[in-house]
Design a protein around this ligand. Structure first.
Ligand SMILES: [Zn+2]
Length: 266
């Protein structure tokens, strides 16, 4: 049924190409039109109504690049068992969800603030590559928080509620099940506070994280979109192609890209 509807939706593109006033030019371009453009437009319309026109204009301007990045990101994500899962205040993970490839950061030459940090093995290649690149630039990345289980997040959130009140706590801390940290692919760098942004590490990550597949999850001034205040220290791995896709088509906003992908993959 869905496939049939999509086929119908493609017909106008073909007709326009064949019957437009500049018919010869349109006909010559017609084979390059990716039939998935219409599906992208539908997904944008349902997931990001406010951003749909802007994003779709960018996609339409260079669709081949868009689909190349999209396909690479989705393939790497699928091979690793889901690196582009949308987790936010409205879309929680299963309480029992735990990645099956968690490894201890103690087994790698990384600077840490505590000895119980774990991340998914699937992202360690990118983590090490990024860390080495930072060191080569004279910058030290210090890992301060990583994978958190549902239970750990539950305790953390309750402590913040006790100290800050529920409304304030929920602006900077996730309820259990809604934290990206449960994915094992999100990292908080030291110091975990707004001072990070003006450290060498903070400036280096802001400029370079995307080259290694990492993206700032909660950018400045985006609380109404992400649900969280600016967290300059919190990065999530979204694959290298995904991080480039986010920069080039989604205004550098991870939440927009993940919401689109969530709708596109349905
Ligand atoms: Zn975090």
């Amino acid at each position: 049924m869905i496939r049939f509807r999509r086929m119908i939706a493609l017909i106008p593109i073909v007709l326009m190409a064949a019957c437009g006033s500049d018919g010869a030019e349109a006909e010559a371009k017609a084979p390059a039109v990716d039939p998935r453009l219409r599906i992208v437009e539908e997904a944008l319309g349902s997931a990001l109504p406010d951003q749909a026109a802007t994003v779709f204009a960018a996609v339409s301007a260079s669709p081949n690049r868009f689909f190349e990045l999209l396909d690479a990101a989705v393939a790497e994500s699928a091979a690793a068992g889901g690196l582009l899962v949308l987790v936010d205040k409205r879309r929680p993970l299963d309480p029992g969800y735990e990645p099956d490839d968690l490894v201890s950061l103690n087994d790698y030459p990384l600077a840490v603030t505590r000895r119980d940090l774990r991340l998914r093995k699937a992202i360690m290649g990118a983590v090490l590559e990024m860390d080495a690149a930072a060191r080569a630039d004279g910058v030290r990345l210090v890992f301060a928080s990583s994978y958190r289980s549902y239970e750990y997040q539950d305790g953390l959130f309750k402590r913040y509620v006790a100290s800050h009140g529920e409304a304030e706590a929920s602006r900077f801390s996730a309820r259990p099940g809604t934290s990206q940290h449960q994915l094992g692919a999100a990292i908080d760098f030291d110091p975990i506070d707004e001072a990070f942004a003006s450290t060498d590490a903070g400036r280096w990550m802001e400029a370079n994280a995307w080259r290694f597949g990492f993206s700032l999850s909660f950018p400045r001034g985006m609380e109404s979109v992400t649900g969280y205040i600016w967290e300059s220290w919190h990065f999530r791995y979204v694959t290298k192609a995904g991080a480039t896709l986010e920069r080039e088509y989604f205004g550098g906003v991870q939440q927009y890209m993940l919401e689109f992908l969530d709708a596109y993959s349905r």
